[in-house]
Ligand binder design. Sequence first.
Ligand SMILES: [Zn+2]
Length: 123
Amino acid sequence: MRGRYGDDGLNRFIMVTMYILIFLSLFFRDNTLLYWVILVGFMVHNFRFFSRNISQRRKENNFFLKVVRPLRSRWVVLKKNINDRNHKVFICPQCNGKVRIPKGHGKVAITCPYCRHEFTKRS
Ligand SMILES: [Zn+2]
């Protein structure tokens, strides 16, 4: 493994996606396109895993993380809103900072503590 790139966030994402597709292929047995997608996915994963061009693999991973980060942040906020009965978390539309306010006060004007941007939401 010396000099090889190894694992990263993008490779883990590819692997999890491939396992989901393998599971789905149990229900769509005659779908050759699905098998090809799985095969190409594993080839891409292995190519990236054993690649010696580390800087290019890092660039790909950074681009992937940049695309996924806002989605992951929204997922975290959704989970917090489901678990916390007394507070509601909003994402500031200007700086993407998380703002937590008490629930049940109707429509409120929220001032972001990070950038001072003001927005209105239902608590
Ligand atoms: Zn803000």
